[in-house]
Design a protein around this ligand. Structure first.
Ligand SMILES: [Zn+2]
Length: 231
């Protein structure tokens, strides 16, 4: 259950400000104002600990599982770490959503591709052992971290939408395709425009900027088009 006790009961005063956000892996998100919001550090550390604990748990031979104190302790550690990560992430999402809603009347964000998200390898709970996980091969540390981040975006957007609605703010989901590949200057769309993870350089006109910032500005531009259709 989400805890939303801190949502204001009354609508907030208009700020006159609009923002687009680009959700990424290098940063949790980047705003159209060029502000990068880092992934929560504690969460990263706990995710690494969790991967270690799960690897350790998987080393117990199947026949001894649930029968030894050591196995129970290892399973308990995994459960505790999961709880810790969930709590940290929820807290981070609430704080970030609250700040965005406080400072902006309209918040545009990418629509999540949920079909794509399910392809990410996820830890499989062991049905025979509560708190334990079956080894799933593909869920190496990177995959695990990735799945934690992906799950995080959905939760964050849900909290953001809830807080925005309670405060009389508007959230606009937009088509996420090519947001970080589209030139802000000339509109040229190409994969090659994104030179590196961080750098955008248009192959047509030479416009250069931070790639996540470009993504956030394109998200904001698309929301503008959506608003024009409505109003
Ligand atoms: Zn260009």
């Amino acid at each position: 259950m989400l805890s939303c006790d801190d949502v204001p009961a009354e609508p907030l005063q208009p700020t006159g400000a609009v923002v687009g956000i680009d959700m990424g892996t290098t940063h949790f998100l980047t705003t159209s104002d060029g502000v990068h919001v880092a992934n929560p550090k504690l969460c990263d550390t706990a995710a690494a600990e969790l991967a270690d604990a799960q690897r350790h748990l998987a080393t117990f031979p199947k026949r001894t599982r649930q029968r030894t104190k050591k196995h129970r302790a290892a399973a308990q550690k995994v459960t505790k770490l999961y709880t810790k990560i969930r709590r940290q992430r929820l807290d981070f999402h609430h704080k970030l959503a609250r700040a965005l809603v406080r400072d902006h009347d309209v918040i545009a964000h990418e629509q999540l591709n949920t079909a794509g998200m399910t392809k990410v390898p996820t830890p499989k709970p062991d049905p025979e052992t509560p708190g334990a996980f079956l080894p799933n091969g593909a869920a190496a540390k990177a995959g695990l971290n990735r799945s934690i981040l992906d799950a995080g975006w959905g939760q964050f957007l849900m909290i953001l939408a809830y807080k925005a609605e309670s405060a009389g703010r508007l959230t606009i989901p937009v088509d996420a395709r090519n947001t970080s590949r589209t030139c802000l200057e000339c509109g040229h769309v190409a994969k090659e425009n994104r030179v590196t993870q961080a750098k955008f350089q248009c192959t047509a006109c030479g416009f250069t900027a931070n790639a996540d910032h470009v993504g956030a500005l394109n998200v904001l531009n698309r929301a503008g088009l959506v608003l024009c259709d409505v109003v």
